[in-house]
Design a binder for this molecule. Sequence first.
Ligand code: SF4
Length: 475
Amino acid sequence: MKECCGLFGIFGDAEAVEKTYFGLHSLQHRGQESAGIASSNGEIIQCYTGMGTVRRVFRAGRDIFEKLSNPIAIGHVRYSTAGSSRAINSQPLLAEYSRGQVAVAHNGNLINAPLLRDEYEAHGSIFKSTSDTEIITHLLAKPTHVSNPDTLGHVLNHLQGAYCLLFLFADRIEAARDPYGIRPLCIGQTEQGCHVVASESCAFDAVGAQFICEVEPGEIVKLDKNGLSSRFFVTPGTVTPAHCLFEHIYFAKQNSTFFGENVHEFRKKLGRQLAVEHPVDADVVIPVPDSGTSAAVGYAEQSKIPFDMGLVRSHYVGRTFISPDQRSRELEVKLKLAIVKEVVSGKRVVVVDDSIVRGTTTRGKIRTLRQAGAKQIHMRVSCPPIRFPCFYGVDFPTKEELLAHNRNLKQIKEFLEVDSVGYMSLEGLLNCAALPAENYCTACWNGKYRIPVDFSVNKFSMECYQMQMFDEPDA
Ligand code: SF4
């Protein structure tokens, strides 16, 4: 299960490109397939993108920074949820139209992109990528849209799905969030007074900026020489938000704060609630690091069972050389997680994880724990069973591949080969959240999709035969 992307932007800083680089570094957990930075000197936009992690893409260091060195910049890290993992789909996406240049960076998933693309192609438009983001540049360039007094707001009203977007125009950045506020987007300010925008507030820590606020659902925030200004492209209060709870449960960094709450604190609350809902007699609580750690701390606190690190993660395993398929995911997990035998041998172990998707990698971990001598293994999961796929920017497998889709708890316990299994209830999860329950998306747990989805569309819906055949190998 992977997040789609991370965004960072900064206006009016002499070191805008370097700060964007550091901001992207801190957002690397949101996407490792490609990275890029676009910058402007107020008149001309330059852009540099490539395949791999931020460090890899910008390994030439100073040379690239000097070429890009401009006071306005946006950056992007990508994991593909619409379009394949290829250089042509890396962002920011630079385009030129009747109003000049624009670079676009996107986090989310546009569910009507295939339909819009078909319409444009039927009228002769040519697309150079297979991602859903490129359709936005075509919408921006359409003459009837250009003539609208608020072209951008008008264009955003044509999009359906989850999107946080950064637009770099020659003289400004415009940051927009979809009317449901599915993905997070935060505004901050550096000590020097420059405004920054990022998917998560952890990126502000990396550049010495302070969190100011979130971009509201349906809002466009402009960063330019006059500072910050805001406008709404949907009337505020007319759409009930559908924030993605998985951002808080799994994706985001613990030091990030958004949706009105710090991520680590929220996960600890989940752990405590999990211990109330699913108590067990055991000797030690161990997390599946890193995203399960905070919940395990909460579980141990509430249950009074000692917390320890029975699994340790290697942070030095890159994934730039492997594609995001099942085999590579399994290989990645094997390389990344090791058992501390001394912690689990002869013990009754509670393993706390944030979620279980297919279950195959979890079962692999359970088997290794048994081989290391664990006497009993009790699986505790800090979210409800995932039974439905996500169409709003998270790369879940198909419904049939999800462990909990057609299995009851007894079957899940047998599949995982554990002594007991306990999932957080949906009610318990929503009770832990800072906002009222109706403000969150719960589709992957109960199948209630707030924005209607086309079940036949998948991440490769906009691929064409020629592009798949003649693509360049990843750099
Ligand atoms: S379906 Fe699940 S993962 Fe997707 S946006 Fe909703 S809560 Fe998040």
